[in-house]
Design a protein around this ligand. Sequence first.
Ligand SMILES: C[S@@+](CC[C@H](N)C(=O)[O-])C[C@H]1O[C@@H](n2cnc3c(N)ncnc32)[C@H](O)[C@@H]1O
Length: 211
Amino acid sequence: MMSMTEEQYANHILGTDSDLQRASEGIRSAGMPEISIAPGFGKLLTMLVKMSGARDVLEIGALGGISGICLSRELPEGGTLTSLELKEEYAAVAHRHMEAAGLGDRVTYMIGDAKASLAQLEEEGRQFDFFFIDADKEGYPVYLDYAIRLARPGAIIAGDNTLLRGRVADPDKNGPSVVAMRAFNERMVTDERLMSTILPAYDGLTVAIRV
Ligand SMILES: C[S@@+](CC[C@H](N)C(=O)[O-])C[C@H]1O[C@@H](n2cnc3c(N)ncnc32)[C@H](O)[C@@H]1O
C-alpha cells in the first residue's frame, strides 16, 4: 500500500458507490467547482438522518447533488429534501444526479439567494428535522438564525467547512468569511438552545442538536 494522508486513507477505505461516482463525474464534466462534501462527512450525514429519523431535511447549497444524495438516501417513506441553490444550472445538474440515484421525487429545489428562500419558508410556516448549511460562508450566521427558528425540537443542524482550511484559528486572518464562520461556530457551541460539537477532520463540520 502506498503511503497516504489520514484523509486519503479514510476516503480509500470508505470507497464510493455508483450514485456518488456518477455525480462526481457529472460535476467534473460540467466544469463545476469540485467542492462537494468530503466522503467521510457525506456518510456521517446519511447516518445522522437515519439515526435521528429525520423526515424533512433542508439543505442550503446544492451544487451537483452529492450532499443531496447523502441526505436523502436514508429518509423514511414520504421523507422530503428541500434544497436551496443560487444557480438554476447547478440545481438542474443536482436534480439529474438525484434522479439517477432514484431520489429525484424526494427533492424540491428553490432557486435564488437562500436568504430569500428561507424568508419564504418561514412565512409558509415550514418546519424541518435536519439542516445542512453549505453555501456562501458569510451567510452562515443568518442561515443559523433561520435554522433555529425553523427547527422542530431535536432537529440536527450541521455546517460544513467550518474551519476554512485553518483560517478560523489564525488570528491574522480576519476577512468577512472568517469573521462570519467564527461567529457561526461560537453561536453553535454557546447558544443555550443548541447542544453542539466541532469535528476537526477534512475542512471541519460543526454539528448541533436543537434542544
Ligand atoms: C460548497 S457548494 C455546496 C456543495 C454541496 N452541498 C455538496 O456537498 O454536494 C456551495 C453551493 O452554494 C451555492 N450558493 C452560494 N451562495 C448561495 C446563496 N446565497 N444562496 C443559495 N446558494 C448559494 C453555490 O452556488 C454552490 O452550489
